[in-house]
Design a protein around this ligand. Structure first.
Ligand SMILES: C[S@@+](CC[C@H](N)C(=O)[O-])C[C@H]1O[C@@H](n2cnc3c(N)ncnc32)[C@H](O)[C@@H]1O
Length: 202
């Protein structure tokens, strides 16, 4: 199951490009979305499905030099590019593993940020459980996309690869999975972009 994604993303890594990386207006739009996350200087973050590290600078800007990021991806090819892009930062650790089994101690991160990656994690329950394990008490999970749920799911339906299992759950299903695994949803937006913030509850 994880290997399907590994194969797919290893094969498309070279051509994988985010349209917002070099577009000033789009970058501003992404920055606006990130401003809702609640990131603070010095926070420790885990970014599952970090890909080529395109989103990482947006996080780094918020947490500063005193913060720390674990970049996790199942695709070694994607991580190769991420190392090239953000490897110069000393406060980043690269982890090539499935985000459902992350070699990080429990209760060690302030926030898990899944940007444009959550649809690829299945079965969802396994990943949400793992995110809960690595989060500190009162830590939070962010699931975000630069486009809304319907567009995300359409892209995966039309993909050249078999991405039928790669989807963003409906609001109802998402809330159910999060509640079942100890999270309280604090904010949910699905208009123009997708943003969900859920806090780890005791
Ligand atoms: C659509 S890309 C997004 C990458 C990055 N977040 C971005 O916005 O550019 C999804 C990433 O999730 C990774 N991925 C897929 N399944 C994964 C899994 N089970 N564990 C960790 N990473 C995974 C892929 O290798 C890929 O790099």
């Amino acid at each position: 199951m994880e290997n399907e994604n590994k194969k797919i993303f290893n094969s498309i890594a070279v051509s994988y490009n985010n349209p917002w990386v070099n577009n000033k207006t789009e970058r501003k739009r992404i920055e606006k979305i990130v401003s809702y996350f609640g990131l603070k200087k010095g926070m420790t973050i885990m970014e599952p499905g970090c890909g080529k590290g395109d989103f990482t600078p947006f996080i780094l800007k918020k947490i500063g030099k005193e913060g720390f990021i674990y970049l996790v991806d199942i695709s070694d090819e994607m991580l190769k590019y991420a190392r090239k892009k953000v490897g110069k930062y000393k406060n980043i650790k690269f982890i090539n593993s499935c985000a459902s089994e992350i070699p990080i101690k429990e209760k060690s991160v302030d926030a898990v940020i899944a940007f444009n990656s959550f649809p690829h994690f299945y079965p969802k329950q396994r990943f949400v459980k793992e995110f809960y394990r690595v989060l500190k008490e009162q830590g939070f999970l962010i699931i975000a996309h630069d486009i809304p749920e319907r567009k995300v799911n359409n892209i995966h339906k039309k993909a050249n690869f078999n991405m039928k299992k790669n989807s963003l759950p409906s609001r109802k299903e998402m809330f159910k999975i999060l509640k079942k695994n100890g999270f309280v949803v604090e904010k949910y937006i699905n208009k123009g972009y997708y943003f969900l913030k859920a806090v780890k509850s005791n």
